[in-house]
Design a binder for this molecule. Structure first.
Ligand code: ATP
Length: 281
């Protein structure tokens, strides 16, 4: 059984004589010793190959990001919310990388990396987010930011609904699932959540102040400052940074942030692994 497991892992075919259990004079022990040392060599060779391939994959991903640009802009068009049965011609024309909006006789064209039309699904959006998560797991800082005026679908895209999850819960699941599969590295995650609203930053994970009235939610930290460190990275002063040991905990923190979020404004979430890799929404 043990042997089966080892063979399954490194895919090594052993000579038939090593498998015999009736060899005289300690033949079994000697045979297995040889077997173990062969397997150990195979394992260390495979590990070093895996390290080499990982390095090459990271380099390739880095080049891809350089080619595509480290900032990618997507545009998602929300389906029109009709209050009557009258069909109104959509003012928006969508192509793969272009979007044109016509209003009061004026046409405005914009080019972005990818346009998601009215029929686009949460899966379509998350498909574009996935490579960024790979980058985060490799130790790079990444940021996904939803921006738009009220009612344009930021919350829907980022949070989604319980039966149609958005980018953030999917990203958290994806990060933890990759980390669980990768037995060659150790990952540590922390999560912080920020809301940018009316020009100020709010830490959604900071302990609440006692509300004055039961019906009024206590305020969390407001007007946090964004600072640049001497190394050029950006940090938010006094931000609660919560270590997240597992997916369950990550979801708990995420839900806590969600509950405290106001109905309008941009949500910023931050999931980090190993060094400072982050996903902001
Ligand atoms: N792609 C979509 N498909 C279906 N419904 C959508 C989509 N995008 C947004 N909606 C719906 O449109 C409404 C407004 O969306 P949402 O609350 O996400 O906007 P928002 O940008 O977060 O607004 P606010 O800034 O006010 O919080 C919601 O009822 C949401 O379910």
């Amino acid at each position: 059984m043990e042997k089966e497991a080892m063979e399954g892992h490194v895919n090594v075919m052993l000579p038939q004589e090593n498998l015999r259990s009736d060899l005289p004079n300690g033949g079994i022990v000697l045979g297995h010793d040889k077997e173990i040392s062969t397997l150990q060599e195979e394992i260390s060779a495979l590990r070093s190959r895996q390290r080499h391939l990982n390095r090459r994959r990271r380099e390739a991903l880095g080049k891809l990001i350089d080619l595509k640009g480290s900032i990618r802009v997507f545009c998602r068009v929300r389906p029109s919310i009709s209050t009557s049965n009258i069909k109104i011609k959509s003012p928006v024309t969508v192509e793969q990388e272009n979007i044109a909006v016509r209003a009061v006789g004026i046409k405005k064209d914009s080019s972005v990396d990818r346009v998601f039309d009215q029929e686009s699904t949460q899966d379509d959006v998350f498909h574009e987010v996935k490579p960024i998560l790979r980058s985060a797991l490799d130790g790079h800082n990444v940021c996904i930011l939803a921006f738009g005026q009220t009612g344009t679908g930021k919350t829907y895209t980022m949070e989604g609904t319980s039966d149609n999850l958005g980018a953030v819960p999917r990203a958290i699941q994806e990060l933890f699932s990759h980390a669980a599969q990768d037995t060659s590295s150790t990952y540590s995650f922390s999560i912080s959540m920020l809301e940018v609203y009316m020009g100020s930053l709010r830490d959604l994970l900071a302990p609440r102040q006692q509300p004055l009235f039961r019906s009024i939610e206590g305020n969390t930290t407001c007007n946090l400052s964004i600072l640049a460190t001497t190394s050029g990275s950006v940090q938010v002063e006094g931000l609660t940074d919560v270590a997240v040991p597992d997916l369950k905990k990550a979801n708990q923190w995420y839900c806590r942030g969600r509950r405290s979020r106001s109905t309008s404004g941009t949500n910023v979430n931050n999931v980090s692994s190993r060094s400072h890799c982050s996903v902001c929404v």
